[in-house]
Design a binder for this molecule. Structure first.
Ligand code: FRU
Length: 450
């Protein structure tokens, strides 16, 4: 992406300047990948939400397109909140949440709106398609957002985050024949979520996969330590009642910075927001805040969500049978494949007194950004958060495959399909890498961005 001479990530989508949060409207339209995102172009802080827009032929090289949605229309006076996209009759449709601060009452309103485009670049708003009177009794009209649309059996279906007036977050399912008129089908889980409010639900028919983010979900042991979190759930959806019967469930990402992921309806690829609400964002000093994760190919392996990063890469170093490696990397990718791994220590972005570590310690992976560089502060009070630490289970399999995506201001680590994603702000020339491994065999490969 062309960012001029500005200090920006290479692999990761940003708004260029200004603030971004959730990825929106992930869709393949006429063979090209479109990604939209929550965008406030005029400041590095969240504000009236627009939809920013980028496009790619390969999910790796992105081109910036004009802003797709600007708030100020029917139902979206104060913001175009998160939503999704679908292709219908060779047109691209965006279904999103219109936000009004004060709808003549002393309260906020969230309604679902539609916009359409002939060319995938310019959008015409079609107005409100699910108004407050389309919300079932007992659910709030102020917390009703983030529609994710998909097709099944010749109809459109969507899941929308909602909240019980006397309770917490829910996910409601609707269906439609034409995207304009929607019918309430059911409350997917039929019980409150663990956090205060559900956000950005996503359902994938092919995998039976339900993704949902939750505001202020309490920690469970060593997971869900971020103040807001995202979990995956595998199960079975009954299209007649809208009821989803959950089976297996887990956290989507073990790192500090991952929220509100969305998948492409027509491709098993997911992208998340690589930040966290209620945290400081040191990148504001460079004129931008908010990044998206790299696209991740998703599948179900052994009853769990599995993710592999999609990044452009050109091999520059390959070493086999390594026990220790010293290298340099600031922006690029390393792949480490080991058999019967017993010990592992990876020092990253080392230099000028800073270091970020990823180690195998007492049978679990430990990521430590306490000495990474510029401090990031948050509202979390659990011991690991205060210590700058995140942990991920070690599966102890014969083969351990690790991919680390290094970029300006972030490190994304993937181990056998599990991910741990965090922002980091090291000194600018800190690029040292040191690997120490005890395993039967170990291969190390380093790639530059291509
Ligand atoms: C999630 C979220 C969504 C909302 C959007 C507003 O991060 O709070 O629920 O639509 O951000 O920007």
């Amino acid at each position: 992406m062309d960012n001029g001479n500005k200090l920006r990530p290479t692999f990761h989508i940003t708004g260029g300047d200004g603030w971004i949060n959730d990825p929106n409207g992930l869709v393949v339209f006429r063979g090209r990948y479109h990604v939209f995102f929550q965008y406030h172009p005029y400041s590095t802080e969240w504000g009236p939400m627009h939809w920013g827009h980028v496009v790619s032929d390969d999910l790796m090289h992105w081109q910036r397109l004009p802003i797709a949605l600007t708030p100020g229309g029917d139902g979206d006076a104060d913001g175009c909140f998160s939503g999704s996209a679908v292709v219908y009759n060779d047109k691209l449709y965006l279904m999103y949440t219109g936000f009004t601060k004060n709808a003549g009452l002393d309260t906020e309103r969230q309604v679902q709106c539609l916009a359409e485009s002939d060319d995938g670049i310019h959008f015409v708003k079609r107005g409100v398609v699910i108004d407050s009177d389309g919300i079932p009794l007992g659910y709030s009209a102020t917390d009703f957002r983030d529609p994710k649309v998909w097709r099944h059996d010749g109809k459109f279906w969507c899941v929308i985050a909602a909240r019980k007036l006397d309770g917490r977050g829910r996910t409601l399912m609707y269906s439609s024949d034409d995207l304009l008129s929607w019918r309430f089908v059911g409350d997917m889980l039929g019980e409150d979520c663990k956090g205060v409010m559900t956000e950005c639900p996503d359902y994938r028919d092919t995998e039976g996969l339900f993704l949902a983010s939750e505001q202020s979900q309490p920690p469970e042991g060593n997971v869900h330590l971020n103040y807001h979190t995202t979990r995956w759930t595998l199960g079975k959806l009954d299209y007649g009642t809208g009821r989803f019967t959950p089976k297996d469930s887990g956290i989507c990402d073990y790192g500090f910075d991952f929220y509100a992921p969305q998948s492409f309806e027509n491709e098993p690829v997911m992208i998340g927001w690589m930040n966290m609400w209620d945290r400081s964002m040191p990148s504001a000093q460079y004129g931008f805040t908010g990044m998206l994760t790299v696209p991740r190919r998703i599948s179900v392996k052994d009853g769990e969500l599995s993710q592999t990063p999609i990044v452009t890469k050109k091999e520059v170093v390959r070493k086999t049978n390594v026990k220790s490696v010293k290298d340099r990397i600031k922006v690029g990718v390393t792949e480490i494949a080991a058999e019967n791994l017993r010990e592992f220590s990876l020092l990253m972005r080392k230099g000028d007194g800073a270091v970020t570590t990823f180690t195998l310690s007492n049978g679990e992976w430990v990521f430590d950004r306490s000495r990474s560089g510029e401090r990031i502060t948050g509202v979390e009070t659990n011991a690991d958060s205060l210590a700058g630490v995140r942990r991920m289970p070690f599966d102890g399999k014969k083969k351990t495959e690790i991919t680390v995506v290094f970029d300006e201001f972030s490190i994304e680590i993937f181990v056998n399909g599990k991910s741990l994603t965090s922002t980091v702000y090291p000194p600018h020339n800190a690029d040292g890498l040191e690997l120490n491994v005890d395993a039967d065999t170990c291969e190390y490969v380093r790639y530059d961005a291509d």
